[in-house]
Design a protein around this ligand. Structure first.
Ligand SMILES: Nc1ncnc2c1ncn2[C@@H]1O[C@H](COP(=O)(O)OP(=O)(O)OP(=O)(O)O)[C@@H](O)[C@H]1O
Ligand SMILES: Nc1ncnc2c1ncn2[C@@H]1O[C@H](COP(=O)(O)OP(=O)(O)OP(=O)(O)O)[C@@H](O)[C@H]1O
Ligand SMILES: [Mg+2]
Ligand SMILES: [Mg+2]
Lengths: 219, 219
């Protein structure tokens, strides 16, 4: 599914160059469950954004489902993101002026689902993450872990074939974290692909294999 | 140092009442190191905001250093916050348009420290959290764990007598987390008071005792 070859990503701050990713190679098969670990600042989120078509590498090639992503138009990339990929951001990225329900409905609105069906799907997934009684709250009326779960719900409501989760349990106690991992297991059993960045070993161990990143390189 | 008596905090969403804290009693002595654990949504951040004079309880009494906080003016509360309390927010709350260095200098600017000294102190504390080479970045040019460490640096640069840390290692790998805990140990050895909310057991075990919160109550 994923073939990332010699991916390099460099940022420039003034005259200083930061090599966030250095010639990274990563292959992930359809239906695989991979976890990614590494120190703070080692390049995990940068890698995830490139895999999720949210950022382009400075150099290197990224093929997703056989398509060379670096050669696609912005519209085509947006379509792939909306249809194929469920991205859970490390910092959630919720709409602060919309309700929890509306935040989760948003990807279904983009897909043209009728109102009744998208409400039903959204409420169902919010109940699955334990937020059935928070659907009318706004993000600033939620706890940190509740916001994280809204971000998770929004990513999985479209039944994506690829889940990219960036520290999905960083704000969750282990019991609530286990509930999320149980959901991920279900998604995995249905033949979908999961890549989960985590700093918690109990989360990493649920995957088939663990990829380690250090200073922008996969070891 | 802290005497919280019958603290209740209720939120209203439409007609629904949410009992975030229910008659919570908590005493913390000067120089104590306490950790707080509990499920997502159990009331930990709500409690921390009240202890940090950032929120007022719906009912109950909160005495800090013998003063009845609920009877103080907003100016007096602001002074206490700026001088006595280092608050590390679960969602960081950094100024996005200011550099990392400026974010950490801010509390020292409020205290009237001269520019040379506050730069020196800020750079020193940023080096202590491993961000010496990130001082000119803006928060959106940092990783999640780097932003968390800026929030930590900003809280400790004033040498506060009370540290309130809300999930300070949520975005940190265990090695970087240990470096932060080592800093906390130093602050503790100097006779200061620490209250640390965490969902990670290795963090909680560093404290003298663990307080458990469930559905807004301390068990
Ligand atoms: N402004 C608000 N309006 C309404 N409800 C709120 C508000 N802020 C928090 N809540 C609710 O109060 C409860 C306690 O929130 P709090 O942030 O204290 O939880 P927490 O223990 O810190 O959770 P987490 O571990 O997820 O950060 C949550 O269920 C939340 O939905
Ligand atoms: N926009 C940017 N401009 C400059 N440097 C950046 C930018 N974004 C990230 N960086 C730097 O690139 C490095 C990698 O960042 P990344 O967010 O991928 O790390 P990470 O592994 O996800 O870390 P964490 O575990 O703390 O979330 C970091 O050292 C960071 O400072
Ligand atoms: Mg990251
Ligand atoms: Mg919280």
């Amino acid at each position: 599914l994923i073939e990332a070859k010699d991916i390099t990503r460099t940022y420039k701050i003034g005259t200083v160059e930061i090599h966030a990713l250095r010639s990274v190679n990563l292959n992930v098969r359809q239906g695989e469950y991979v976890s990614v670990m590494g120190h703070s600042g080692s390049g995990k989120s940068t890698l995830m954004h490139i895999l999720g078509c949210l950022d382009t590498p400075t150099s290197g090639k990224y093929r997703l489902k056989g398509m060379d992503v670096t050669s696609l138009s912005e519209e085509r990339l947006a379509t792939i993101r909306n249809r194929e990929i469920g991205f859970i951001f490390q910092t959630f990225n919720l709409l602060s002026r919309a309700s929890v329900l509306h935040n989760v409905e948003l990807p279904l609105i983009y897909r043209g689902l009728p109102s009744k069906e998208r409400k039903r799907k959204s409420i169902s997934v919010l109940e699955n993450v334990g937020l059935g009684d928070r659907i009318n709250h706004h993000p600033n009326q939620l706890s940190g872990g509740e916001r994280q779960r809204v971000a998770i719900a929004r990513a999985i409501v479209i039944n994506p074939s690829l889940i990219l989760a960036d520290e999905p349990t960083g704000n969750l106690d282990s019991k609530t974290g286990e509930e999320i991992l149980t959901l991920f297991d279900e998604i995995y059993r249905e033949g979908n692909t999961l890549i989960v960045v985590t700093h918690e070993r109990y989360v990493a161990k649920r995957a088939e294999r663990i990829v380690h990143i250090k200073d922008g390189s996969i070891r």
